[in-house]
Design a binder for this molecule. Structure first.
Ligand code: CA
Length: 695
């Protein structure tokens, strides 16, 4: 009794000492593990393992694989802690494996309500879990932050991160852990939400602090860490009744942490709606849209910001992966943060002060003529302001980004950053008749006007003009050193290793290893599906493993449809965890060929009905079922759906929610039976136009 009293009297002291020690907190980062999302808090995604190198890589082979119970996109970076792999798959399901042999230790399904799918822009993906002190943390697509016991997979606590469940907030990003706090933001920038990041106590799940990236209603205090800086800095950069549309600025993916400077970095998303005339009439920079924000991890206090795209109106998020490194700038070593955001410039920023050091385009950039070195601001060309000109602005890059969420990596040995880069132009046209929707994206862009024309030759030409590559970028010289073209966009994230290798999966169904110095292709293996996620590396008993989540999906196949295809048609989703080591001999089964049902189509509808349907389809359906009703292969191709042959069946799906369990909700709130029938008319017309049908 006396002994326990003695201990409890001193307990606060012990806890205090542990807190003071800060970095002694066991985050499990060591050479064997891949214990954090970006392997280490600087998010370099650089494995120190040297066992696999160019001399033995020909012996690299599959050692285990695990078939996932989903055909939606896989975007997660697995983590490995002391021989156990924790990862997440579509619909926010979490799995734990023996990382040596793939034995499933446990799995956890948060049972995301399938009707939540319509609330996301970009597939029901999840980009990974976090580990801290015996717990696994992840965000569910419907906005819950959940802590699981790492040993059993049993839930320890759950908290709701969404401030207003009527709004279309989601979570797809991986949480990060800093100083015993779980950090998580949300998605929803296309639907009219207000962005923020939240910090929760890792032990209890209690909210510690929250920081809103954009101002709310004037005169209404949030009681958040952002309250003061919003009045001091951001509110005056907005105009009109900006708070009514949410404003955007969601923190949906990237973070990094510098323990020495004690600064947390977060990437902030695009404006909502995109069209600034609707969002903030009269202009303004609209802070902190499209910015890198530096905050104190214990309080959420503002330190600095750097806005990559002032007054963003092109969906140029600054949520892309950020890497901390110490590199040379004008002859001196600088502590920098590097980002290649959607807008096409590669940024090197002083991470202590936020000072702009350099920024150069890594793909063709048409919306700005360079960055003003003194001001650190882009020189935006006049025609890019499509809301002022009333004309279409064909921009490079477009909203899919010169680089999207696919993680890049840094090799301190070569000094190069390996970027999954892409080139996709996009025509921005202001929607002259914008009406807010509670069920569809709210962009203020005329999506019907940007749909592809019927002419197959033009469609093929546009598709073949899209590019994607692995690009090795020198951040000191701000120039490309080498690149490998993949024949199209939306390729995997990258992994760098001390074996002087770069690993990347791609849209062509391969996982490839390149020489980090010159880009020589050293090894590749067929995986029978597109890879978009990033590989990792870990060791067990000195043996090095390479692992990746395979499975095509995400916004490009959902929205772009035919433009996401390769020459053979849509890219298949075969979702798996794949793990390789030297001497691995396992073989993947040969895939079954995809067969399509031949439909007896109903007679063509009238032109008026088809035209009305085209515009409604573009607004409500294209985001998931693909531009001009051609699927990218992840969600059903409506042209081949038997439902288009029967008005009653079609209406039951569109207006009564017959397929809600698959994520297809009822649109009766905003669509009439006439609208539903017009969409059917349009899809039937697209089925008739299918060149494969004519043959
Ligand atoms: Ca966006």
């Amino acid at each position: 009794m006396a002994r326990s009293k003695f201990l409890s009297a001193f307990a606060p002291l012990f806890i205090g000492a542990a807190l003071l020690a800060g970095c002694s907190e066991d985050n499990k980062v060591n050479d064997a593990n891949w214990a954090m999302h970006g392997r280490s808090a600087d998010e370099q995604r650089f494995s120190p393992n040297t066992q696999i190198d160019k001399n033995n890589i020909s012996e690299l082979g599959l050692t285990w694989s695990y078939d996932l119970d989903t055909t939606r996109g896989q975007e997660a970076t697995p983590i490995v802690v002391d021989g156990i792999m924790y990862t997440s798959s579509a619909w926010s399901k979490v799995q734990a494996f023996d990382a040596r042999n793939g034995n499933l230790l446990w799995q956890y399904d948060p049972e995301v309500p399938r009707e939540w799918a319509v609330r996301g822009c970009c597939d029901v993906v999840n980009r990974g879990v976090a580990y801290h002190d015996g717990k696994i943390f992840f965000g569910s697509f419907d906005g819950r932050l959940i802590a699981l016991d790492a040993k059993s997979g049993n839930p320890v606590w759950t908290t709701d991160t969404i401030v207003d469940r009527d709004k279309f907030y989601t979570i797809t990003g991986a949480p990060r852990i800093v100083k015993g706090r779980v950090l998580i933001g949300n998605g929803g920038g296309e639907f009219g939400v207000r962005g923020y990041i939240s910090a929760y106590d890792a032990n209890s799940g209690e909210l510690d602090w929250r920081f809103y990236t954009v101002p709310g209603e004037p005169g209404v205090k949030d009681g958040a860490a952002s309250d003061d800086i919003i009045e001091k800095l951001t509110r005056d950069t907005w105009n009109g009744e900006y708070w009514k549309q949410g404003g955007g600025g969601t923190v949906w993916d990237s973070m990094a942490y510098d323990a020495e400077l004690d600064i947390l970095y977060i990437g902030v998303g695009n404006g909502s709606p995109w069209n600034p005339e609707i969002r903030s009439p009269g202009g303004g920079d609209n802070l902190f849209l499209s910015s890198i924000l530096a905050l104190r991890p214990e309080t959420g206090e503002y330190v600095w910001h750097y806005q990559t795209t002032p007054g963003d109106q092109w969906d140029f998020t600054a949520t892309q992966h950020m890497i901390l490194a110490d590199i040379e700038h004008e002859g001196a070593q600088r502590k920098v943060i590097m980002q290649a955001p959607k807008n096409g410039f590669f940024y090197v920023i002083d991470r202590e002060t936020g000072e702009f050091l350099s920024g150069e385009p890594f793909v063709p950039v048409t919306w700005a003529k360079g960055i003003d070195k003194e001001m650190g601001r882009p020189n935006i060309v006049k025609d890019a302001f499509y809301h002022k000109t009333g004309q279409a602005w064909v921009s490079s890059p477009g909203p899919m980004g010169a680089h999207n969420w696919h993680p890049m990596s840094y090799n301190p040995g070569t000094g190069l950053v390996y970027i999954p880069a892409q080139e996709l132009e996009f025509p921005y046209i202001a929607d002259k008749d914008f009406k807010r929707s509670d069920l569809a994206v709210n962009l203020g862009i005329d999506l019907a006007a940007v749909a592809l024309p019927d002419d197959q030759a033009i469609r093929d030409q546009v598709r073949k003009s899209l590019k994607g590559s692995l690009m090795a970028w020198d951040p000191v010289k701000q120039k490309e050193v080498w690149r490998v073209e993949h024949g199209g966009p939306w390729n995997g994230g990258t992994l760098s290793t001390a074996g002087n290798l770069v690993f990347q999966g791609n849209r062509n169904g391969e996982l490839v290893a390149y020489d980090a110095t010159n880009g020589d292709k050293l090894w590749s293996t067929k995986v029978h599906t597109g890879i978009i996620a990033a590989p990792i590396s870990y060791t067990i008993d000195g043996e090095q493993y390479i692992a990746v989540m395979a499975g095509w999906g995400g916004i490009v196949p959902l929205l772009l449809g035919e433009l996401s295809h390769n020459d053979d048609g849509p890219i298949a989703n075969r979702s798996r965890v794949l793990v390789y080591k030297l001497g691995g001999t396992k073989k993947l089964p040969e895939p079954e060929p995809v067969t399509l049902t031949a439909l007896d189509l109903p007679p063509q509808f009238g032109v008026e009905s088809i035209q009305a349907g085209a515009s409604t389809y573009a607004r409500y359906c294209s985001g998931c079922h693909g531009d001009t009703a051609v699927s990218g292969g992840v969600l059903p191709d409506l042209r081949h759906s038997v439902a288009i042959t029967n008005q009653d069946v079609w209406e039951k799906i569109i207006l009564e929610g017959a397929l809600t369990q698959n994520g297809m909700v009822s649109f009766a709130k905003e669509l009439s039976p006439q609208d539903s029938e017009a969409i059917r008319a349009y899809v039937v017309s697209r089925a008739y136009a299918d060149p494969k049908r004519k043959k």
